[in-house]
Write a protein that binds this ligand. Structure first.
Ligand SMILES: CC(C)(COP(=O)(O)OP(=O)(O)OC[C@H]1O[C@@H](n2cnc3c(N)ncnc32)[C@H](O)[C@@H]1OP(=O)(O)O)[C@@H](O)C(=O)NCCC(=O)NCCS
Length: 186
């Protein structure tokens, strides 16, 4: 297996990198939304001055089977790196992800980053099986630090549902009724 940095401005290299990311997002994140090649290419070749992006591929017998991305903030949080490691579903549990992570980690440390964040999407239902990223990252010493909840609203929204939401308390925020001093003294 060979892990190498790619120049995302090289169309063939970028296409190989994106093909793995696309296969993985469609396999592991069935409900989307999916990044498109156009969006990822634009990010890769015309990044914000606030973020530097580095790309890697992993190849087995000349076939690209893994892809990694390292994001390095340039203006603040200079101690941080944020990464993504993807391995094609047909090539997992052969050390490809570990090799990509090692390359990402070395590059991040070499640029003075002391902390690496890697997001993993998992089902809201904690009883559901954990996705592979959880075991992989635990195996490599990562610890869970920040949980986000993603909520999707399918469009178009049913009018009755909208009216229900509009009539109720703000969705997703705790509802608290302030108690007055008088009420407390009752
Ligand atoms: C997570 C992922 C990158 C792992 O890639 P991989 O090439 O299969 O990983 P490795 O073969 O290097 O695995 C190294 C170790 O991680 C752990 N691990 C990997 N996959 C695991 C799984 N599905 N369940 C539990 N532990 C797992 C194991 O300890 C494994 O060692 P072992 O195979 O000797 O038991 C791959 O499954 C993937 O692309 N998943 C979808 C995207 C994703 O979640 N990426 C990670 C966060 S960005």
């Amino acid at each position: 297996m060979q892990v190498s940095r790619i120049d995302p401005a090289d169309p063939a290299a970028f296409d190989a990198w994106f093909a793995v990311r696309d296969a993985v997002q469609r396999h592991d994140q069935a409900d989307g939304p999916f990044w498109t090649s156009t969006e990822q290419r634009a990010l890769a070749t015309d990044p914000s001055p606030a973020t530097r992006l580095l790309h890697w591929v992993a190849e087995v017998d000349g076939r690209c089977v893994g892809a990694a991305l390292l994001e390095l903030p340039q203006l603040d949080n200079l101690h941080l790196g944020s990464a993504k490691v993807d391995v094609h579903p047909d090539f997992r549990r052969r050390g490809v992800g570990t090799s990509l992570l090692a390359a990402v980690d070395e590059a991040a440390q070499g640029r003075g980053r002391r902390s690496l964040a890697i997001p993993v999407e998992e089902p809201y239902d904690r009883a559901a099986p954990a996705p592979p990223g959880v075991g992989f990252l635990e195996r490599h010493g990562f610890t869970r630090r920040l949980d986000d909840v993603r909520r999707d609203l399918s469009l178009p929204v049913d009018d009755e549902r909208l009216n229900q939401v509009g009539a109720g308390p703000p969705v997703g925020h705790p509802c608290r009724t302030p108690r007055t001093a008088d009420a407390d003294s009752d």
